[in-house]
Write a protein that binds this ligand. Structure first.
Ligand code: SF4
Length: 414
């Protein structure tokens, strides 16, 4: 398998793993190192670039997995081919998800690849404005990289607001436009009328790095590894009960087991993994032979999302862990829609009760009911994602729920 560790978190250079694609220029790559590794970014005309992206099958790596060529095409048609409505490109380098650090790692180590992707995508849609939103060290790495090259001087760097929902696309636009990082209920797609009413493409920074490689090497090269439906490589952040936590580049068809085995995991000590992040879904250890793709993980309502695997050792109570996450999510809403203001805090209380063994059957039934009620009722998908996690935990850890109902936790004996 193709697997690259983040050099900043895990000592990649000392491990016998394949070099992968996104970190070929090495640790905290300068422009010289970047050009030595990848060469100059070729100029492709918009239609040729869109055709290459369509053939490559690149999907967004920020969580939604939307086909990249479709999003760029929509903005080009809405504005880039017309006068006066020049589109805007926003690179999203924020990571509100507590279990993810892959975008920050990418920006710190390969900022020039992301900048190449921004320039290539901006050119493809005819963007007049190209911005990037990032935070902390990652933001400073981008600013340094922009300072190294003349072709990137027009890129505007915006400081992210932090917080779980602030990285949502409409929240980013709201932040830039109104200094308010809450999601906005929009009647029109951002690609039609986004920032300043202009067609706007918000694209995750890892997606743009892959786009930069497709601009250089083409669709056939991109498809030469990975899953036929969702090809290439992806970054994953692996946390939890694993010997080595970190950010890794894996083939998109790598199984959960292959990925974790390469980190030296003892599978006998693990009960499940949370895939896709706090609003993802639990996948039990018996299903670890499934590839980390949305299609393969569909029976568990799971998908890689922003590339997150959180491993749960069998000494930890999954209900306790999930209760903590639901409480966190209830506190992270922007507090402007009913399901978030009333539904999520109630769900957090009910889950805490299940975890601590209070009226377990009644609270679990109420949780299932509430999870159905909040879906599709917010301005953004925050309630939907929280409901997915709750449903997943009640299903995958059904045995634990029944044990709690009988006044004991099966994990505490381990
Ligand atoms: S659904 Fe929740 S997080 Fe999303 S905009 Fe409404 S209040 Fe904010």
């Amino acid at each position: 398998m193709t697997m690259t560790m983040d050099p900043t978190t895990s000592g990649a250079s000392s491990r016998a793993v394949d070099a992968g694609r996104l970190f070929s220029a090495g640790h905290r790559a300068t422009l010289d190192a970047h050009l030595r590794a990848y060469g100059e970014l070729p100029q492709r005309n918009p239609d040729a670039m869109l055709a290459e992206l369509q053939a490559a099958g690149l999907t967004g790596r920020g969580g939604a997995a939307f086909p990249v060529w479709r999003k760029l095409s929509a903005a080009l048609d809405a504005g880039g081919r017309r006068r006066g409505r020049a589109p805007i490109l926003i690179a999203n380098g924020t990571e509100g998800e507590p279990l993810s650090s892959k975008d920050a790692v990418l920006l710190r180590n390969a900022p020039h690849l992301v900048i190449d992707g921004m320039l290539a995508a901006g050119r493809t849609i005819g963007a007049r404005n190209v911005l990037i939103v990032a935070e902390g060290d990652a933001l400073r790495a981008v600013e340094r990289a922009i300072g190294e090259r003349r072709d990137a001087r027009g890129i505007e760097v915006v400081k992210g607001a932090g917080g779980f929902v602030s990285g949502e696309a409409s929240a980013l636009v709201n932040l830039i436009e109104n200094d308010d990082a809450r999601p906005v209920d929009r009647t029109k797609r951002l690609t039609t009328a986004g920032l300043r009413g202009r067609p706007t493409v918000v694209q995750n920074v890892e997606t743009l790095a892959h786009l930069a490689l497709i601009a250089r090497h083409g669709a056939r090269w991109f498809r030469s590894v990975g899953d036929p439906v969702d090809p290439g490589t992806r970054l994953v952040t692996v946390t939890g009960d694993v010997p080595t936590q970190g950010v890794y580049e894996i083939r998109t068809d790598a199984t959960v087991r292959e990925t974790l085995a390469a980190l030296g995991l003892d599978f006998g000590t693990v009960s499940a993994a949370l895939i896709g992040g706090y609003q993802g879904a639990w996948v039990p250890a018996r299903a670890f032979d499934l590839p980390l793709t949305a299609l393969d993980l569909a029976p568990f309502d799971a998908s890689p999302g922003a590339g997150i695997i959180h491993v749960l050792g069998d000494h930890r109570c999954p209900l306790d862990v999930t209760a903590g996450i639901v409480k966190y999510l209830a506190g992270e809403s922007a507090g402007q829609c009913g399901p978030c203001m009333f539904g999520l805090p109630t769900m957090a209380d009910r889950f805490a009760a299940v975890a601590s063994g209070q009226a377990v059957a009644e609270n679990a039934a109420d949780l299932a009911r509430l999870a159905g009620l909040v879906v599709g009722r917010g301005s953004c998908h925050h309630p939907d994602g929280t409901a997915r996690l709750v449903r997943s935990a009640l299903t995958v850890f059904d045995h634990d729920v029944r044990s709690h109902a009988h006044g004991r936790c099966v994990r505490s004996a381990r």
